[in-house]
Design a protein around this ligand. Structure first.
Ligand SMILES: [Zn+2]
Ligand SMILES: [Zn+2]
Length: 180
């Protein structure tokens, strides 16, 4: 067993301010394609709550959310991706998903990406999740680390007070996948 020096949990990285995205432009783009393809109306939103990519909730009206953490070009392409879902929904129903013919529709709209871009925000979320959290069974203090300890550890604070106490692992890194 080794003595552990106290260190505080890492702060969530400070966010750099980002533009909210061209919501009106994306809405206009959807409306244009909807008009030529006979699609129901959709409400387009740019959200900072998604780290990357986008989603569609089928309506009517559909709701399309696009992550504001992406570049303008990626936001545009994500809107096209979600619009391809709207087209497939109109033609073949809600179960179409990312079928072969979905990707053909998406390609015709100008979609090149197959997956959501790795944004700074997504990196920050992954980094924050990639932590091992230990708790002292004596004083219940918690510490976060990027790497797990090898072997057992004692809480330095409790040891100083003459009550050696072990640290237990209470959280492992989470792995998340991001869908478009
Ligand atoms: Zn302790
Ligand atoms: Zn999709």
């Amino acid at each position: 067993m080794f003595q552990l020096e106290l260190f505080s949990a890492e702060e969530f990285e400070a966010r750099r301010p980002l533009p909210p995205g061209d919501k009106d432009g994306l809405q206009k783009l959807y409306n244009q394609i909807a008009a030529t393809h006979g699609l129901p109306p959709a409400r387009v939103e740019v959200t900072m709550r998604r780290a990357t990519g986008g989603m569609i909730r089928y309506g009517p009206p559909h709701v399309i959310r696009v992550s504001g953490h992406m570049s303008t070009e990626d936001q545009r392409e994500t809107l096209l991706h979600e619009t391809a879902h709207a087209i497939c929904h109109a033609r073949w129903g809600p179960e179409e998903g990312h079928s072969k013919r979905f990707w053909e529709v998406a390609r015709q709209l100008g979609v090149r990406r197959r997956s959501a871009p790795l944004t700074e925000q997504l990196k920050a979320v992954r980094q924050a999740n990639a932590r091992y959290v230990y708790r002292c069974i004596g004083c219940l203090s918690e510490w976060a680390r990027r790497k797990p300890f090898r072997g057992g550890r004692l809480c330095a604070a409790c040891l100083r007070k003459g009550h050696p106490a072990r640290l237990i692992l209470v959280r492992r890194p989470a792995r998340k996948t991001v869908a478009l």
